[in-house]
Design a protein around this ligand. Structure first.
Ligand SMILES: [Zn+2]
Length: 191
């Protein structure tokens, strides 16, 4: 089955978004210098916010300390592995965070008229963000020390495919990646 996407176009000249589907030129200034978005960037951002808020509610229930203070004691919160029993209970939270992060990355790419493939891979999407956006996120999540960027990328690599690996977890037990919850929570709340 093929999924059909309705494309929106963002004008590179006047930066407006034409919401009439099927257009090839800007409906505001008629420029043909436009970028095709798989969906409206502001809709993507609102969807991301809704998933983030839901994830934070679930986090508040499961890890109230973590939810109340994303900045502290990151290393005191346990990591979870596929095979460990509590993972069933944190799956909805994890999936909501992962989807929120993915949609926020994609929304940012669309706003900046950066084309991307329709993948879930967070490392792939992050690498496409503007340098200033990447620096801002790394600074908020890790800080600005000499190893901040490398530290961030190592952690991002650990969760980059979590959405794909975890959403059907009960059917797909062969995954072995651990999930680093504090990083996930902080990243989602830092974009
Ligand atoms: Zn225009």
């Amino acid at each position: 089955m093929t999924r059909k996407f309705e494309y929106y176009i963002k004008c590179k000249n006047c930066e407006n978004i034409s919401t009439t589907t099927g257009r090839t030129s800007c409906e505001f200034c008629n420029s043909n210098d436009v970028f095709k978005c798989p969906q409206s960037p502001d809709v993507a951002k609102n969807v991301a916010k809704a998933y983030l808020e839901t994830a934070n509610v679930l986090c508040q229930q499961t890890f109230p300390k973590l939810a109340n203070n994303y900045m502290l004691n990151q290393d005191n919160v346990p990591t979870f592995q596929h095979a460990s029993s509590p993972y069933y209970y944190i799956m909805p939270m994890v999936i909501n965070y992962m989807f929120a992060i993915e949609m926020m990355f994609k929304s940012s790419l669309m706003w900046n008229a950066i084309e991307f493939e329709l993948k879930h891979d967070l490392e792939y999407l992050f690498q496409l963000l503007t340098q200033s956006e990447k620096d801002k996120i790394i600074d908020r999540v890790i800080g600005n020390g000499p190893n901040a960027s490398a530290d961030f990328m190592t952690k991002l690599q650990k969760i980059k495919n979590t959405f794909v690996e975890w959403r059907y977890l009960p059917m797909e037990i062969n995954g072995s990646e651990e999930i680093y919850i504090p990083f996930l929570v902080k990243l989602a709340n830092s974009i």
